[in-house]
Design a protein around this ligand. Structure first.
Ligand code: BGC
Length: 758
């Protein structure tokens, strides 16, 4: 329906009907207006499968939803670094939504993994905003290509579960823009999600639902978002202010309470009716976009989609360690140890919980492959060693050629609703791994978890496979990797620190009461570990393959550029091993010299390429201003400081293989206001300004202290100290040191200097 037609429709609605449209009819539907033929529209969770509830609705996954297909969670799909794969997953989800009459699937969830402790990290993508935004964008692209909407969530700065409905995320402007907004920005600008879900928390004192600055000024005015904003379930606390801020749809239904408040506010003049009209127009625009593009032929083929889930899972499994133990060969006697070999932990708890139509465990998948024996090893209901299970497992492992231990985090360790208190795996599992490694030299650990764990046994085992929460087909995918049917190609979208205490947010996560200060600023994840030159267990971007890749011929199409130019970068990648494999080529940019505090380097693009043995492909990247920029709070915009930058190509954030240098010239002059406190050093940066200043001071800045003429002073004050004193001396300084200039003289100079700036 055209915008004009929607406006006409809204004009026919009563104020009461419009107010009612601004909140859900129930848990999952928008309101219908029968007399005008306006249909209700259904939304459902998301994000890694369809959680469509019918009668007994709730938003925490308590009640059953329809049988569906659980795909790998965000933690894993991000590790694929494969945009095309996520598009395919999105198309599959979109088709499922069409078949089930769901207009908007509630996801993807792009919140930054500020701390390994966030209970919902398993749903989130990365510690890096580019990865989060690009992977989410690809999923949105796929889903929306089927004319089904998405709801990118949870906007904004929702990085913990503790007190999620009341906490106040205190984040400085630069950090918000470079890290937390950036995770949404690219996806919103490029892929235009139909809806955005605002989070529960406050941002710098104002609830997300009530935040005009982010819901309207940033989302709509700066980024061009045209869909509707819905609240997270229960995130509305002041309906009128929320509407004014740009929150269109309250979810779930408010039982009519807020509808009355909206009507009252319009009648009293507190709320302009046009604000309500606009919200209703935005909602109806999406309702009709879906209605008019229904695909009645769509079929939810669960078995087919299970295969897609398996294909996705194969690219989400990261090979972390391999000392000639993998892939396993068919003739080997393999002991599968650990409960998760039989009942994998493949998804997390809460609103994203899928009612899987079937689950393939590694044991199911291995049935036809090899000589596989199994021992349970541990129970995850309680963190207590079961001596009998342990002894059985040790014996089973001892008599095999290889032991593969399926371990990880139990549901009660990580979930929506609460945060982890530590980064450890259950003690009983750590003990099991240690004991098995003592008797079996060929031990491999497969991990099922949504967020980093400490691995005290990492040096004692030969192989480590991070399977994340791989969805209902994870068992098949893990076996494909273990037995070499599939070559692992995923990379970590987050750093695995050695210890929780190393994490940059450690000192201030989860805040004090409702106050959560993001004191680490922009130094999230590798931005911090790199700057501190810290050892980590596994770095951002890291992951092994069964083949080897070599990089060569890094080129840039210009060595000098303006910040308005684009830079074309190419690099050749060759598969130098003996099996086909996929490589994630990572491009980082480092600002070599900067007057602002910046990370050592930042990921600015990546590409995944598939190569047969001996094959070479050229990968091309195009970088624009943003790749070199930081967010300047002086101009409230992105800014590039003129100077040298390194273009770095890496196999991981800690394995940079090729570097090229470019010089970028800024076309934007940051405003500079001189005051009597401006330092001499800052004046010297502009030769014209310095010439003016010298006219006043006539070269005499420290008066009698001039070291060359005063022997005692020259002993006490080195040339370096003298130079530093001059550099950091405010313009008003010479008044005291020379006695020859007055404050009026300095003020006159300041006025002249500011005139130069205009
Ligand atoms: C979650 C959202 C979810 C919504 C609906 C909330 O509790 O935070 O992610 O989409 O419920 O289930």
């Amino acid at each position: 329906m055209t915008a004009d037609k929607i406006r006409e429709l809204v004009a026919q609605m009563t104020l009461e009907e419009k107010a009612a449209m601004c909140s859900g009819a129930d848990f999952w539907h928008t309101e219908a207006v029968e007399r005008l033929g306006i249909p209700a529209s259904m939304v459902s969770d998301g994000p890694h499968g369809l959680r469509k509830q019918d009668d007994q609705a709730d938003h925490l996954g308590v009640n059953e939803s329809i049988k569906a297909v659980c795909f790998p969670a965000g933690c894993g799909t991000a590790a694929s670094f494969n945009r095309e794969l996520l598009k395919e997953m999105g198309k599959t989800l979109g088709n499922e939504c069409q078949a089930e009459g769901v207009s908007v699937i509630l996801g993807p969830a792009v919140n930054i993994k500020r701390s390994p402790l966030c209970g919902r990290n398993f749903e989130y993508y990365s510690e890096d905003p580019l990865v989060a935004s690009e992977m989410a964008g690809a999923l949105i692209h796929g889903i929306q290509s089927k004319n089904v909407g998405t709801s990118i969530k949870h906007f904004l700065a929702n990085n913990q579960e503790t007190r999620r409905m009341s906490c106040d995320s205190r984040v400085d402007e630069r950090t918000l823009n470079e890290i937390y907004l950036a995770a949404f920005e690219g996806a919103v600008k490029k892929e235009k999600p139909w809806t955005v879900m605002c989070s529960y928390n406050k941002i710098n004192g104002t609830y997300a639902a009530q935040n005009h600055q982010y819901l309207t000024e940033t989302l709509r005015d700066k980024w061009g978002f045209e869909g509707y904003v819905m609240s997270d379930w229960g995130a509305v606390n002041n309906r009128v202010e929320d509407l004014k801020a740009g929150l269109d749809l309250e979810m779930p239904g408010c039982m009519g309470v807020n509808d009355k408040i909206i009507v009252g506010a319009v009648i009293s003049g507190e709320l302009d009716e046009s604000v309500v009209d606009e919200a209703v127009e935005r909602i109806l625009n999406i309702v009709y976009r879906y209605e008019e593009n229904r695909d009645k032929s769509a079929v939810f083929d669960r078995d087919k989609d299970h295969e897609t889930a398996r294909k996705v899972a194969e690219e989400t499994i990261v090979l972390l360690k391999n000392e000639n133990v993998l892939p396993l060969s068919d003739g080997q006697k393999v002991a599968f140890i650990g409960k998760y070999a039989k009942t994998p932990r493949y998804q997390g708890g809460g609103s994203s919980h899928i009612n899987s139509h079937k689950i393939t465990s590694a044991l199911d998948a291995a049935a036809g492959i090899s000589n596989v024996v199994y021992a349970q090893g541990f129970d995850d209901v309680e963190d207590k060693t079961d001596e009998k299970l342990l002894a059985e497992a040790v014996e089973t492992a001892r008599s095999a050629d290889v032991a593969v231990i399926f371990a990880g985090l139990p549901d009660k360790f990580e979930s929506e609703g609460f945060d982890r208190r530590h980064m450890a795996m259950p003690d009983c599992q750590n003990e099991l791994i240690e004991k098995i490694a003592e008797v079996q030299p060929n031990t491999v650990v497969v991990l099922h978890n949504g967020s980093p764990v400490e691995m005290p046994w990492a040096d004692k085992v030969k192989g480590i496979v991070e399977a994340y929460l791989g969805g209902q087909a994870v068992g098949g995918a893990v076996c494909d990797i273990l037995f070499g049917k599939v070559n692992p190609s995923a990379k970590l979208p987050e750093t695995f620190p050695l210890r929780l205490e190393d994490n940059p947010s450690y000192l201030s996560y989860i805040g004090e009461g409702d106050m959560v200060e993001y004191r680490e600023g922009i130094f999230v994840g590798y931005r911090y570990y790199d700057k501190k030159k810290m050892d980590v267990l596994f770095p951002f971007g890291y992951g092994l393959s069964y083949t080897t890749f070599e990089y060569s011929n890094l080129t840039v199409d210009k060595e000098q550029m303006k910040d308005t130019d684009t830079l074309r970068v190419t690099v050749d990648v060759t598969n130098t091993g003996s099996v086909t494999g996929k490589e994630v080529v990572q491009l980082y940019v480092a600002d070599k010299e900067s007057t602002v505090i910046r990370p050592v380097k930042e990921l600015r693009d990546f590409a995944k390429v598939e190569l047969e043995p001996g094959e070479t492909k050229t990968v091309t990247f195009t970088l624009d201003k943003r790749a070199f920029a930081y967010y300047s709070v002086k101009i409230h915009d992105w800014h590039v400081e003129s100077g040298e930058f390194d273009i770095l190509i890496g196999k991981s954030s800690r394995d940079i293989v090729l570097t090229k240098n470019v010089t970028v010239e800024s076309t934007v002059q940051l405003p500079f206001v001189y005051t009597t406190d401006t330092t001499i050093g800052d004046v010297k940066h502009d030769p014209k300004a310095w010439a003016l200043a010298q006219e006043l001071f006539k070269g005499e800045i420290f008066g009698a202290l001039e070291t060359s003429e005063n022997e005692a002073a020259s002993e006490a004050i080195s040339d370096e100290m003298n130079a530093a004193m001059e550099e950091y001396l405010p313009l008003r300084g010479p008044i005291s040191f020379t006695g020859k200039v007055t404050m009026a003289d300095v003020q006159a100079l300041v006025d002249k200097l500011n005139a130069l700036e205009e």
